[in-house]
Design a protein around this ligand. Structure first.
Ligand code: SF4
Ligand code: SF4
Length: 544
């Protein structure tokens, strides 16, 4: 697979505007010392001029000696030319900046100042009862901050160079997406301004029609939007804090909720969530089958348990991930944690639906899930899935669900520190840890899984892309449920990156990462040499 060239291809991008602005900057920077040096030469010996020179070291020590031996007339001409060139360049630049891509020089600072202050992992809540539109399909429907983002791009390409979709040759390159939106906005700016003026004049009058055509499809292709892993790598890389995730999900919301256009395979996913409360569509009554024979307490048995262990759909229904769930439940019991499960009453929290743009389904499921927590009197929740963690911690508060949410590595680290769990360093295998996007970039949980792994005696290695620059496994943003071209699989690229460290074990802390990376190892026929294990499975192997 030709991943490397694709990964880099979006960085090189040149335009005549860039050369004009760079020329202006070059002239401004170089003409100043020439003008100052000419003054120092022509007025040498006059009172105060030596002191002035002390404040102009470049002019005084580099340019002045070059001009000192020249005829006074030439020096005066050089100084005059430098003065005009300097000031004209400043004027050209100031006039040109608001009209061209270098507008970012003005907008990037406010863009950083007005960055999102809500939790990074919380998508915006749509007001489904009062909304007249259900997603973003026209250029004037973007928020003022999203428009500020469009003007603030420096076109550096860092976003695209970190994007797993770009790296695997998919049609999405975040910088291009933003520039396409910005160019369309420039082309329709007069109409957008006229609409805003009309709205002000009309007050509460009828909503004027949207500006321009529907951009989703003609300007931003459906495939571009469906290629996104909603992983935030682009945002982390951006020097001016441009936000992509909300824009992409807003346009997906239009596709799903207004246009009913989405990959065919998602029909089954949405139906499974609606009817069986899990994206696989497996019988809801099987949700607690993983616990057979383990004696795991249920909320019905222990209504006053301190913690609810919320397993989530992958940990409850997927055969490989059920093993992780069982290992973690055994650890909880070994440490004497006072916990219980909702068992068959547990409901999906709807995370996948929200990232796929099906906000209506998400809100319905989230509210039902919160109701099930509240009915059971839940206050503290343990999870071993970063997607569930992010949704319950950061998004449930939008619907009144406020709980203390603890992730598995954090809890296990506490249990070890309290001496409730003995973890002798017996694992000893060369282990590379893959950061999940939703513990990592969205919630900045990097250290606890590594600390816990180190306690097991694992020889922890790092991939060249790790922590905030880690790469998605390919499952995020609901892409777990979307077919992927065999030549463009993100999981294969991520597996290849892990294999560069020659590991015996790839450690994960997410059930989706488990599926994607173990599939990657299978595809490379390395199952005999490299194991894919959840951090909690590794702890369970050595814990006493
Ligand atoms: S969120 Fe991830 S997949 Fe989507 S554009 Fe950004 S880097 Fe690419
Ligand atoms: S990283 Fe930020 S500034 Fe650079 S191209 Fe991407 S969006 Fe623009």
């Amino acid at each position: 697979m030709g991943f490397a060239p694709a990964e880099n291809r979006q960085r090189a991008h040149h335009h005549w505007e860039a050369y004009l602005i760079l020329s202006c900057i070059g002239i401004i920077v170089s003409s100043g010392p020439v003008y100052d040096a000419s003054r120092l030469v022509l007025h040498a010996g006059e009172p105060g001029i030596a002191g002035e020179g002390a404040w102009e070291p470049l002019s005084n020590h580099v340019v002045r000696p070059l001009l000192a031996g020249m005829a006074p007339g030439f020096v005066a001409t050089a100084g005059g030319v430098a003065w005009w060139a300097h000031n004209l360049s400043v004027l050209v630049m100031l006039n040109f900046l608001p009209l061209a891509k270098h507008f970012h020089v003005i907008t990037s600072l406010p863009n950083v100042f007005f960055r999102k202050l809500e939790p990074l992992g919380a998508l915006s809540k749509q007001d489904l009862e009062n909304a007249t539109t259900f997603g973003t399909s026209h250029i004037d429907q973007f928020t003022w901050k999203q428009v500020l983002d469009m003007f603030s791009c420096t076109e550096c390409g860092r976003c695209s160079s970190q994007c797993p979709a770009t790296a695997t040759g998919k049609p999405l390159a975040p910088r291009q997406l933003l520039l396409d939106l910005r160019d369309y906005l420039y082309a329709h700016q007069d109409e957008v301004i006229a609409k805003r003026v009309r709205q002000r004049a009309d007050g509460d009058g009828a909503e004027p029609p949207e500006v321009g055509e529907n951009i989703v499809g003609p300007v931003i292709a459906d495939e571009v939007l469906w290629s996104c892993n909603v992983c935030r790598a682009c945002e982390e890389a951006c020097p001016v804090m441009i936000e992509y995730v909300d824009k992409i999900v807003d346009m997906r919301r239009h596709l799903v909720q207004e246009a009913a256009r989405f990959p065919n395979e998602l029909t089954r996913t949405f139906k499974g969530m609606e009817t069986q409360s899990n994206p696989w569509g497996l019988g809801a009554e099987k949700r607690f089958d993983w616990a057979q024979g383990l004696g795991v307490p249920t909320i019905a048995d222990k209504p006053n348990a301190e913690y609810l262990y919320y397993v989530g759909c992958a940990g409850a229904f997927d055969d490989r991930n059920k093993k992780t769930t069982q290992a973690f439940a055994r650890l909880l019991e070994k440490a004497g944690v006072d916990f219980a499960c909702l068992a068959k009453e547990e409901l999906c929290n709807g995370e996948t639906a929200r990232r796929l743009g099906n906000e209506y389904l998400y809100q319905t499921m989230a509210q039902a899930c919160i109701e099930s927590f509240d009915t059971a009197g839940v206050k503290k929740v343990i999870v071993n899935c970063p997607h569930c963690f992010n949704t319950i911690k950061n998004e449930f508060p939008q619907f009144g669900g406020r709980y203390q949410v603890v992730h598995a590595a954090e809890l296990v680290a506490q249990l070890i520190a309290q001496g409730r769990l003995q973890v002798p360093p017996g694992f000893g295998k060369k282990t590379v840890y893959h950061d999940s996007c939703y513990y990592g970039r969205f919630n900045e949980i990097y250290d606890e899984p590594r600390t816990v792994l180190a306690r097991t005696g694992a020889q922890v290695q790092e991939m060249r892309r790790h922590k905030q620059f880690g790469m998605c496994c390919g499952a995020g943003g609901g892409r777990m449920w979307i077919e992927e071209d065999p030549d463009k699989r993100v999981n294969l690229l991520r597996t290849a990156q892990a294999l560069e460290t020659n590991p015996e074990v790839i450690a994960v802390s997410c059930p989706f990462c488990m599926t994607m990376l173990s599939d990657g190892i299978k595809a490379k026929e390395l199952e005999d040499k490299v194991q894919t294990l959840d951090v909690m499975e590794i702890v369970a192997k050595v814990a006493t």
